[in-house]
Structures are given as structure tokens and as C-alpha cells.
Design a protein around this ligand. Structure first.
Ligand code: FAD
Length: 431
């Protein structure tokens, strides 16, 4: 069976059955509930940034690619005000400043609680550590989008335009040596042998990077197969699972054995993001940390639900062991980390070249989510050193945008893993 990706996942030791059972029965339902909360459903994004890499960028104009941004009144006050918190100098410590004066400098039409929260958050800025180029939240082009009203699903975006994006991600941004081409673009014929020679030749970190990107690609294609446009006529529009679409993309026979490898990369990505969630728990456990929407009781409940998800993530019995990554010579490890950062930032900028707005929205969110997961993985010491008390300035920070992206991106991967089980059972029913 092509989707029975049993055994060990390359470069880590955890079998997929363990992940399936943990995700599908335990984590997935709790995470889905969390993502429906006000804090997590609104994501601020600039979908109008010009593509920085080529000028012949066109917008596909497909109906299902449209994104409906929120009206200001749809968004809770605390979230609406969130962008303002970066108006403060990065790293400003409230304890050292004249708080009243600073509060006065924040938009006075907002309630005092909201302004206080903005100031508290203004300390949270660490551009340097980011793996993604984040959108400028204060740009007039940045808008809140309700993710629940704009779900990731089949849009019809495909062909040379979509391939150009995937191509530039793999060809130019996966540490690929220039001498060997990989079998990516169906219009160009590359040899499979050459690709695997290239992949095997990479050090474990760079191979891991390729697998993460490929896992993301898998997740997107699982989603479009799981929420495919099944009927489109004057009286109905119906979305649902399309088994033959899924088969064409992942069947071992139809993909020359590539499909199962791509599914394994999805599990690899799952493990990395799960590990990041487990590691970041102390940050969210800080008493001062608030999921601020301006509705105090509701916010408290959402924080409890969030901690429950993170503690569950921590309880996973077979976590990815990242100690094998960046374990070599100190300066080499630092250089690799910089390479990772640069390359990943580039990928996040390529998302501004995606011609379909819906695909761009989810592509940007998922790269930012993965970038945040990588930032967490590389910040172990800073997270461990987080002060237990509220007074001093913490060395590790996450912005609201990063938090929303991190959890929603993981929500996508978790949904894809869940969908694989659905496809598996549908395929068993096929005579
Ligand atoms: P593609 O998926 O375009 O792949 C191109 C080539 O890459 C394939 O021929 C294959 O050789 C290789 N490949 C495929 N999968 C993998 C993998 N997992 N790992 C390594 N190599 C691989 N479409 C939607 O309907 N909804 C969406 O929300 C959506 N979001 C998108 C987001 C982004 C950022 C991009 C670039 C595209 C998105 N698309 C979306 C388009 C979708 O991903 C496909 O590009 C499209 O369906 C055409 O598929 P394809 O079969 O031609 O192969």
C-alpha cells in the first residue's frame, strides 16, 4: 500500500504509526479547537507586496483564489491594536521607563488595558533571530484575515506559474549544488539518479532542510486533494476528498516511487514542528504572558487550552532528537545556522511571488510558522534561561504574528496527517 509509510523516517528514529496514533486521537482534536479561538483565527498579512525576484508576476484571477479580508469591526480590539506594539523601541524595558509617559504615547482611543498590553509587548522584538521576512504590520497594505473564513483548499492554481515557484524554492533555495539538477519540473527532464546522488551527498542538516520544504509541499498537496472542488454549478459548490487526485500525487506506482518519500517528508516536518512546540512551553508558561484579545476571561481560557496542547506535545514519547544537527565544530555550526536563516528568509520572500492570493496567504503563514519553529529549535539556551519572575527582560520573544503562524502552520500539518488516515481507509474501500 503506497501510503503505508511504515518503518523509520530517514534522519530520525520514530515510526509513523506512533505519530498517527498520537496525532489523530490526541493532539488533532485539541489543536483544532484552539485554532477556532479569536486569538488564533485572525492573522495579519500583506498580500500586496510585490515579488522581489521577477517582474512578470501576474495574478491568476481564479475565483477560488480570492481572499476576503476582515472589516475592522470583525476583529477584537486587542488584536486590532496589536500592530501598534512595535511602535516602541525594540527591547524597551517597562521597568526602566516612565510608564505613564509611554502609555500616553500609545493611541489614546484604546482602553488602558489594551495600551498596557501593547507596551508590555513592545519589548518583544528580535528581528535578528527571525527565519522569515515578516510583513510590516503597520503598512496600510497589511490586513487582518479570518483564517476560518478563508480555508486552505483546492484553488485551481497550477501549471507553469505554480511550477516556477516550486522550482525556485528547490532549485535555488535548497542548498543545491549548481552542477546537478533534480527531477522537479515535469517540463524539464532531470535524472532521478543525479537527484539522489545530490541528496545523499548533502550533510544531515541540509538534507533536513530539503525534507522540511518537501514536507510543506506535500502538506499543501494533501490539503488540496482533501478539500477538492467536487461540484461547481449554479445551485451548489461542494468541497471534499478526491481520492484519485491524491493517488496521482502520492501513489508509488504513479509517481515512480516518489509519493511515499514525499509523505515521509510530511512526517519529518511534523516531528520538527512538534519538537518546537514542546521546547517553547516555558515561554508560554511565564505568568506575564497573555494571549491578549481584550476579553480577559476568554483570554484566560484560551491560554489554558494552549498550555494543554503544548504539554501534550511535550508528552510525545519519541521526540525528534535534534542534537545530531549542528553538532559539529562550533564555527561550522554557527555558519550553517546563518545559511539556514538566509535560505529560509529567501523562501519566505518567494511567497510574495505566488500568483494566487489564497495560496499566497497560506504559503506565507506556513513558511512563517516553520520559520518560527526553526527559531525555537535554535534558541534552546535562551528559552531555558527565561526568567521565572516577571520583572527582567527576557532574551527570547515571539510576536503575535509568529505565534499565530506557528500554531496554524502546525494545525495544517496535523490536519494533513489526519487526512492520510481518511485517504487510507477510502482506498481500502476501493475494489
Ligand atoms: P506540483 O505540486 O506543482 O509540483 C511540481 C513538481 O515538484 C512535481 O512535478 C514533482 O516533480 C515535484 N514535487 C511535487 N511534490 C513534491 C514534494 N512533496 N517534494 C518534492 N518534490 C515534489 N493549489 C491549491 O489548489 N490550493 C492551495 O492552497 C495551493 N497552495 C499553494 C501554495 C504555494 C506556495 C504554491 C507554490 C502552490 C500552491 N498550490 C495550491 C498549487 C499546488 O501546490 C500545485 O503546484 C498544483 O496543484 C500543480 O500540481 P502539479 O501536480 O503540477 O505538481
Amino acid at each position: 500500500c503506497f501510503c503505508q509509510v511504515t518503518g523509520h523516517i530517514d534522519d530520525c528514529t520514530c515510526d509513523v504509526e506512533t505519530i498517527d496514533a498520537f496525532n489523530n486521537q490526541k493532539l488533532f482534536p485539541k489543536l483544532q479547537k484552539l485554532l477556532q479561538s479569536d486569538y488564533f483565527r485572525f492573522y495579519k498579512v500583506n498580500l500586496n507586496k510585490p515579488c522581489p525576484f521577477w517582474t512578470d508576476q501576474s495574478h491568476c484571477g481564479l475565483r477560488d483564489c480570492a481572499v476576503k479580508p476582515c472589516e475592522p469591526d470583525d476583529v477584537p480590539e486587542g488584536i486590532r491594536a496589536d500592530g501598534l506594539r512595535h511602535s516602541e523601541a525594540p527591547g524597551t524595558d517597562l521597568q526602566e521607563c516612565d510608564e505613564a509617559e509611554k502609555l500616553g504615547a500609545v493611541d489614546s482611543s484604546l482602553s488602558e488595558d489594551t495600551r498596557r498590553a501593547i507596551l508590555e509587548w513592545s519589548r518583544h522584538d528580535d528581528e535578528e533571530e527571525r527565519f522569515c521576512v515578516a510583513d510590516d504590520e503597520e503598512s496600510p497594505d497589511s490586513q487582518h484575515v479570518d483564517l476560518l473564513l478563508n480555508p486552505e483548499r483546492f484553488t485551481g492554481y497550477k501549471g507553469p506559474e505554480a511550477w516556477k515557484i516550486w522550482n525556485s524554492i528547490y532549485e535555488e533555495n535548497c542548498f543545491k549544488p549548481y552542477t546537478v539538477k533534480r527531477p522537479l519540473n515535469p517540463m524539464v527532464s532531470y535524472t532521478k539518479k543525479a537527484f539522489y546522488r545530490w541528496l545523499e551527498g548533502l550533510c544531515v542538516e541540509k538534507r533536513a532542510f530539503y525534507r522540511l520544504v518537501s514536507g510543506l509541499h506535500t502538506s499543501i498537496n494533501v490539503h488540496l486533494s482533501a478539500r477538492y472542488l467536487l461540484a461547481d454549478n449554479w445551485y451548489e459548490k461542494k468541497w471534499g476528498r478526491n481520492v484519485s487526485e491524491f493517488q496521482q500525487r502520492f501513489d508509488a506506482n504513479l509517481t515512480e516511487g516518489e509519493g511515499p518519500k514525499r509523505l515521509r517528508n510530511l512526517y519529518f516536518l511534523y516531528l520538527i514542528e512538534l519538537r518546537a512546540l514542546a521546547k517553547v512551553l516555558p515561554f508560554f508558561e511565564q505568568p506575564a504572558f497573555q494571549l491578549y484579545t481584550g476579553q480577559p476571561e476568554y483570554d484566560k481560557d484560551v491560554k489554558s487550552a494552549l498550555l494543554e496542547v503544548l504539554r501534550l506535545a511535550r508528552s510525545f514519547p519519541l521526540h525528534f532528537d535534534e542534537t545530531s544537527l549542528f553538532a559539529g565544530d562550533k564555527s561550522e555550526a554557527a555558519e550553517l545556522k546563518e545559511d539556514f536563516k538566509k535560505t529560509f528568509r529567501n523562501i519566505s520572500r518567494i511567497m510574495d511571488c505566488v500568483g494566487c492570493f489564497k495560496c499566497r496567504l497560506w504559503g506565507k503563514l506556513q513558511t512563517q510558522g516553520l520559520g518560527t519553529a526553526l527559531k525555537i529549535m535554535f534558541s534552546e539556551r535562551q528559552i531555558e534561561a527565561l526568567p521565572k519572575s516577571t520583572g527582567s527582560k527576557p532574551g527570547f520573544q515571539l510576536t503575535r504574528q509568529e505565534i499565530v503562524a506557528l500554531f496554524n502552520a502546525f494545525g495544517r500539518i496535523s490536519t494533513s496527517v489526519r487526512e492520510l488516515e481518511n485517504f487510507r481507509s477510502m482506498l481500502q474501500e476501493v475494489p
